[in-house]
Write a protein that binds this ligand. Structure first.
Ligand code: V47
Ligand code: SF4
Length: 393
């Protein structure tokens, strides 16, 4: 019997005499746990087929995490969909277009959402929205304080670097000072949104008016300096080239070498409904799986790779678990609109713990509930769920 240590899929690949020499060298480096260079990353995109990169990524995933697949129990709050920026891929923002569909929640309305989860075992609230010109630093400091006072056990993960950059500039505070104020109010970590593609040539075309790469990275660095953990995303599958993807991942890998503050890398597949980039076809599932695999191989200092299931759909999310992914985000249970408006099949994304754990088990993996910073809460491998639990959201 072969054991996982024999990594049969990878060995089979290496035994193929016709294997390209540069791919063989990359595979050998990965098996020896050596870092691959930007040029080698590019070679993987240009020459690595799904079977090749997938087998290697699965090997790395299992070396790091075995079969463990993490999820958490969270809910989202979107304070507003009004946004002063004009990202062309965005189907969500309402300011210049469809202003009548805009919403903005008061602190009391957001606290009502938090209170809906009283007595429920959620561990995280994820707060992200548009950049509303009137929602400023003081407003969010007050919101965070009220959430922490009402429910001290709830981890507050909030605000993309785009929202923070605006808040700090409006409040005329430095990035370090602004992060300190929010952290003292009770903000514990940050999601990875707003990164898109860092390269200025792409940013100029898809999101010219929001924070640039250095600004985004500087805000995450300031959070890391305070001991906060953050995530990083990459919006792929639109006008970017393979070289732009490598440039994006390289900048993140370098900051991670310096701070070690990133938890998770989250590739976000561009969805083309209801935005200014609807003429761009969406990436194929083969390209999605190749991208996840290469991300796992390139981002060697990121502990976790997440597939955000509301965006990908449940079946594809299940497949990614064999292509490097070891995290499926959370039960979510919310009214998140950013993806349903961009064409995701999940109109009101919500899965119960039983459904999410079952989805992971069906893919042959081990479902483990985690908190935001990956402390393990419960292993669901041997938990039997009733039919009712599997059917109820
Ligand atoms: O930055 C916007 C993306 C992001 C589209 O850190 C789109 O745990 C695809 O970052 N097609 C915000 N994507 C969401 C985000 C996130 C989500 C889940 C978990 C975490 C985390 C972070 O949504 C934006 C942008 O890249 N987005 N429009 C679109 N049409
Ligand atoms: Fe605003 Fe974010 Fe949409 Fe850009 S992606 S327009 S920053 S809500």
């Amino acid at each position: 019997m072969t054991t996982r240590k024999d990594y049969p899929a990878v060995q089979t690949l290496l035994q193929q005499p016709a294997l390209d020499a540069s791919l063989r060298r990359i595979a050998e480096k990965i098996l020896q746990q050596e870092r691959i260079t930007p040029d080698e990353g590019l070679t993987l995109f240009e020459k690595g087929d799904i079977g090749f990169v997938g087998a290697l990524a699965n090997h790395v995933r299992e070396r790091m995490h075995g079969d463990k697949t993490y999820f958490n129990r969270n809910f989202h709050i979107e304070p507003t969909n009004v946004c002063i920026f004009t990202c062309h891929f965005c189907s969500y923002s309402r300011l210049y277009k469809n202003r009548e569909d805009g919403w903005e929640l008061s602190i009391d309305q957001m606290m009502d959402i938090v209170k809906k989860y009283d007595n429920q075992p959620v561990t995280e609230v994820h707060i992200v929205g548009g950049v509303h010109p009137k929602m400023q630093l003081d407003f969010f400091v007050e919101l965070i304080k009220q959430i922490r006072a009402h429910r001290p056990d709830l981890h507050v993960k909030g605000f993309t670097a785009v929202e923070l950059d605006y808040m700090f500039r409006k409040a005329k505070v430095s990035v370090d000072e602004g992060m300190r104020i929010l952290n003292e109010a009770g903000l514990q970590s940050m999601p990875g949104g707003g990164a898109e593609i860092f390269h200025p040539d792409v940013r100029a075309k898809i999101c010219h008016d929001k924070v640039d790469a250095d600004g985004w990275l500087g805000i995450h660095k300031a959070a890391h300096k305070l001991g906060m953990h953050t995530n990083a995303t990459m919006l792929y599958g639109h006008i970017e080239t393979f070289a732009h993807r490598i440039d994006h991942m390289e900048r993140l890998r370098q900051l991670q070498d310096e701070t070690g503050g990133f938890n998770t890398f989250i590739p976000l597949k561009f969805r083309n409904k209801g935005n200014d980039m609807s003429d761009i076809p969406e990436s194929s599932i083969v390209e999605d799986l190749r991208l996840y695999s290469i991300a796992r191989l390139y981002m060697d200092n990121f502990p976790h790779l997440k597939a955000y299931w509301p965006m990908l759909g449940r079946n594809t999310a299940q497949l990614t678990l064999s292509f490097g992914v070891n995290d499926l985000d959370g039960t979510i249970d919310d009214t998140t609109k950013i993806y349903s408006m961009a064409g995701s099949e999940e109109q009101t994304p919500s899965m119960s713990t039983a459904q999410l754990a079952m989805l992971i088990k069906q893919a042959g993996r081990k479902p483990v509930e985690r908190d935001t910073v990956y402390n393990e809460i419960k292993d669901y491998s041997d938990v039997a769920f009733s039919e009712e639990e599997l059917l109820t959201k």
